[in-house]
Design a binder for this molecule. Structure first.
Ligand code: DQA
Length: 145
């Protein structure tokens, strides 16, 4: 089983950006944690981060026929991007939405998630371990399919 792990804009700044919301760990540390969990679950993962909406759309499209599922933190594009929603719908891959913070308890504009309607689950407000929970949900879902 092969899982694509996507991170959206500004998540390359983890460790520096707003530690009160996102903690002090870096993206490299986050990816290492996910890779260890993937090993334990017996699945392979590939990582991709971009600050660009179209590049993320391209990456989702490229997963068609290559990956079994997607774990995505669309970051700010969660709240704005119909294009990411449509990309996930187009490839029809089981997808889990993850957020480090809980966007629903922050600004009003963070309460909307476009991608959520195409996702099998959302994990939010659990810090980096939320990605591990999201990966487990995804793997269990795909195993049952
Ligand atoms: C985020 C929450 C979003 O509202 C924000 O724009 C991010 C990160 C999170 O992981 O908590 O960039 O997706």
């Amino acid at each position: 089983m092969h899982i694509l792990v996507l991170n959206g804009p500004n998540l390359n700044m983890l460790g520096i950006r707003e530690p009160e919301h996102y903690g002090t760990g870096t993206l490299a540390e986050l990816e290492a944690m996910i890779a260890r969990e993937a090993d334990a679950l017996g699945v392979t993962v590939e990582f991709f981060q971009s600050n660009h909406e179209g590049t993320l759309v391209d990456r989702i499209q490229a997963a068609y026929g290559r990956a079994d599922g997607i774990l995505i933190n669309p970051a700010a594009y969660t709240h704005t991007s119909v294009a990411l929603l449509d990309a996930v719908k187009a490839v029809q891959l089981p997808t889990v939405e993850v957020h480090i913070s809980d966007p629903d308890s922050r600004d009003e504009f963070r309460k909307i998630s476009y991608i959520r309607q195409a996702c099998i689950a959302t994990v939010k407000g659990k810090g980096f371990p939320g990605y591990l929970e999201g990966l487990r949900i995804l793997v269990q879902h795909i195993s049952k399919a």
